[in-house]
Design a protein around this ligand. Structure first.
Ligand code: F6P
Length: 319
């Protein structure tokens, strides 16, 4: 009987639990044993592995966060740390590991493969910053969380006839800002991939004021600028007194949307099937609504591309 393991690593993302559930249930379905690794690579090095069964993942498909906890580990980045991890995997008799996380977690999975240990990587990050896949687990929920906030902010912003800068997560990738900005009707979207001159933002604000717009929303990705700095700049350069809302960690929590649960379920089952069929060192992605597999190294090689069509939408729709 094959024995598999699963861990979640890096920033948590809604839908990670649905993925864990799918991995555990698919393993049981295919008569494999399954272990959960607590606290990502850190827990792996320390041998925090627990046997799981179908019941261990009951009542979690709808919950945010990760029941296996998550961590970022510096020690795992060293050769010594990684050999410790492989020692633990061998001590527990594990034949294959599924890693759910972002690019840093993918690198870890690839390193384990280099040491001869089979792994499969699943994209679990709200940022959607992995170019090889159209969507990562957690992104859809994060966009919807931001949208809920935008709807509320809009009310107060309209009442007071003010502009609001909403700062959202995304260090290198502006996908949350872009998608929530387009669907939330933002006047300006500022993302790291497409630096916008503040003069442009000011011009947009002034145009809006002239048109009698009651509120204006500037959607800002954290990697492009800081809301407070932009607020000061708008005040100094244009005497615009904008309000600031930094959404922070609420974007990482909450019940996953149906879309994230489905993506996680599909990917989790596929990861188990791959390992049981002898496939390793691959990431699972989704392109045009179809799952596909790609070597982890190739998935990491691809630089995230801006969805130009989506970006242009804002310019057209916010006139
Ligand atoms: O990678 C996901 C993410 O939420 C980023 O958008 C954000 O910048 C970062 O994690 C912050 O996370 P932490 O404080 O846990 O490092």
């Amino acid at each position: 009987m094959k024995r598999l393991a699963v861990l979640t690593s890096g920033g948590d993302a809604p839908g990670m639990n649905a993925a864990i559930r799918a991995i555990v249930r698919a393993s049981v379905y295919y008569n494999a044993e399954i272990y959960g690794v607590y606290r990502g690579y850190k827990g792996l090095m320390e041998g925090e592995l627990v046997h799981m069964d179908a019941a261990s993942v009951g009542d979690i498909v709808h919950k945010g966060g990760t029941i296996l906890k998550s961590a970022r580990s510096k020690a795992f980045k060293t050769e010594e740390g990684r050999s410790k991890a492989v020692e633990q995997l061998n001590a527990f008799g594990i034949d294959g590991l599924v890693v759910i996380g972002g690019d840093g977690s993918f690198m870890g999975a690839e390193k384990l493969n280099e040491l001869g240990f089979p792994t499969i990587a699943l994209p679990g990050t709200i940022d959607n910053d992995l170019n090889y896949t159209d969507y990562s687990i957690g992104f859809d929920t994060a966009v919807n969380t931001v949208l809920e906030a935008v709807t509320k902010i809009r009310d107060t912003s309209t009442s007071h006839e003010k502009a609001t800068i909403i700062e959202v997560m995304g260090r290198n990738c502006g996908d949350i800002a872009l998608h929530a900005g387009v669907s939330g009707g933002a006047e300006s979207i500022i993302i790291p991939e497409e630096p916008v001159d503040t003069a442009e933002v000011i011009a947009k604000l002034r145009k809006g004021q002239k048109q009698g717009k009651e509120h204006q929303i500037i959607m800002l990705a954290e990697g492009a600028n800081q809301a407070q700095l932009l607020q000061n700049e708008l005040l100094e350069r244009a005497e615009v007194n904008a309000r600031v809302s930094v959404l922070g960690f609420i974007q990482r929590g909450g019940d996953p949307t149906g879309r994230d649960r489905i993506l996680a379920s599909k990917m989790g089952v596929r990861a188990v099937e791959m390992l049981l069929n002898g496939v390793s060192n691959h990431a699972v992605g989704i392109r045009h609504d179809k799952l596909y597999e790609i070597p982890i190294a190739d998935a990491l090689k691809e630089e995230k591309q801006l969805d130009e069509e989506m970006y242009k939408l804002t310019q057209i729709l916010s006139i």
